[in-house]
Write a protein that binds this ligand. Structure first.
Ligand code: ALA
Length: 512
């Protein structure tokens, strides 16, 4: 039977309508926008803006934000069309099952694990960084970094990481909250979103007065900029590559800060918990994206105006906990803001982790319901109606990454997984328009072919700009996914085993 067997849309919609057994519908449009912002503003803004400025884009990181935002806006419009017409948990995985068939759906589902699970790991690592900053660096380096990280202090002593314990603690707390319930989690999320948006606006407003125009000149990293070495003579930055200076660096920076936009698509994973998905999904996805894009552009401009980008090269200087650093180093008299920012950032990171974990567990839930993953991933808690087993399995998986892998590696893999899904979702919209032209589309992507193609091109451009070692790891991850599919999932697919009784996509089309 074809590897590209497609799930009939009628079956998907029936599944979504079957509320009784499924997830509870508790989320309105406001909750969904908050869910989006909850997942979007996090480590990407507060950690990776500085990393992108220091490693590739310089002050032009603001332009990097604009490029990343354009790619996301195109993909976001495509997501919105899908989410309004296929209102089922599972996001890009679920859409591609209907449009491009099981194998592609599996591949996307597997890539989405990189997005959500590793996204949660990345942000929990950043959470650990900022917690340490708040506690005045009192958590020993060994217990707050992965074994692959080390640094030489000013006394020449080499410190190597063992395990990132704080990252594990925050993951555990949020897993417990998620098991308790979606509504409880949404309420905590809404409070946090309010706090973190307020603090971003405060930083922009106060920081604006401390912008020094000379920090914005030259605007891009000049060609020929010398590599930077740490105290032990180890190279920590090199600007010779195509994506490390000038306009290429702006694109390289876009691939890094792209992480900051990840999350608007998490709204689409909650489609089955939305009260009125056809109307509210597009509002949730596009609304959260617009709010965040405006804030990011202003934030990038202020951060690189307050501190010179060269401060963001060295992790032991301004690259870790960069916002708190910039405030304490350059905004005299605003020590309180540095502490407030750090507290808000910690809360903000928690909401990102929360939504990422929630998104991933919903994708597992849908894949298990389709038979592609073991049944346990789809079991709902008898009282809370949350996929609690998926949450626990996820905690172990994400925890391993958070504890033992450096943040930038997990972050780049997250970007890869997301961009990959974006490319396929962008193309999927075009495919479904051809295959099911008459289907009801409560939200239509404007100028669909142009938006789809440009979305796919820009996102592919950002994939190419990702570090080559990361691309290799991502490739290996995808190979493992294919092995799992052919060894386990394919033979257990419910769509396949029932396809003699259920209509196939072709039957469905023939009957129309
Ligand atoms: N966009 C999310 C963040 O920046 C993943 O933390």
């Amino acid at each position: 039977m074809s590897l590209f067997i497609r799930k009939p849309l009628s079956q998907v919609l029936a599944q979504a309508a079957d509320n009784e057994k499924g997830l509870k519908r508790t989320l309105g449009a406001g909750n969904l926008v908050a869910l989006g912002i909850g997942a979007i503003i996090g480590a990407g803004l507060f950690v990776r803006t500085a990393a992108a400025a220091g490693q590739a884009a310089g002050p032009a990181v603001t332009l990097s934000f604009i490029i990343a935002a354009i790619g996301c806006a195109f993909a976001g419009l495509c997501y919105a069309e899908f989410a309004s017409m296929i209102p089922i948990a599972g996001s890009a995985y679920a859409y591609s099952y209907v449009t491009m068939g099981e194998l592609i759906a599996w591949i996307i589902g597997w890539a989405l694990i990189m997005e959500y699970a590793l996204g949660a790991a990345t942000v929990s690592i950043a959470w650990s960084e900022y917690l340490n900053k708040l506690l005045g660096g009192s958590i020993p380096y060994e217990w707050s970094h992965s074994p692959f990280e080390s640094f030489t202090d000013t006394a020449g002593v080499l410190h190597s990481g063992v395990i990132n314990a704080p990252a594990l603690v925050i993951l555990l707390l949020l897993t417990l909250l998620l098991i308790k319930g979606t509504q409880e989690s949404a309420m905590v999320n809404a409070i946090i979103v309010f706090i973190k948006v307020a603090i971003v606006i405060l930083f922009i407003a106060i920081g604006w007065q401390f912008i020094r125009p000379e920090n914005h000149t030259p605007y891009m990293i000049p060609e020929g900029t010398k590599p930077v070495l740490d105290a032990a003579g180890k190279e920590i930055a090199n600007y010779s590559g195509v994506f490390k200076h000038g306009w290429g660096g702006v694109l390289g920076g876009a691939a890094i800060v792209f992480f900051a936009f990840i999350g608007f698509d998490a709204v689409s994973t909650a489609a089955q918990e939305a009260k009125n998905p056809s109307r509210d999904m597009p509002i949730g996805i596009l609304g959260s994206l617009v709010v965040c894009t405006i804030l990011y552009i202003l934030f990038g401009h202020v951060l690189t105006g307050v501190a010179p980008w060269t401060d963001f090269v060295d992790p032991s200087k301004g690259r870790e906990a960069s916002v708190a650093y910039a405030i304490s180093a350059y905004m005299t008299g605003y020590g309180w803001l540095s502490t407030a920012v750090t507290v808000a950032i910690l809360a903000g990171f928690s909401s990102v982790i929360l939504v990422m974990l929630m998104g991933q567990s919903r994708i597992f839930y849908t894949m298990a319901n389709d038979g592609l993953l073991p049944k346990a991933f789809g079991d709902l808690h008898p009282k809370y109606k949350t996929p609690f087993k998926a949450n626990w399995i996820l905690f172990v998986f994400v925890g391993l990454f958070a504890a033992f892998v450096p943040g930038h590696v997990a972050g780049d893999l997250t970007s890869f997984g997301t961009l990959f899904a974006f490319v396929l979702v962008s193309l999927g919209v075009m495919i479904l328009r051809k295959k099911e032209p008459n289907m009801k589309r409560p939200f239509r992507t404007p100028a669909a072919p142009v938006v789809s193609i440009l979305g796919a091109i820009i996102c592919t451009g950002m994939i190419v700009a990702i570090d080559s070692r990361t691309l290799l790891v991502a490739f290996l991850w995808m190979i493992v996914g294919l092995v799992v599919y052919f060894a386990y999932s394919r033979s257990r697919s419910k769509l396949r085993s029932f396809s003699d009784v259920l209509p196939t996509a072709d039957d469905f089309e023939a009957r129309r």
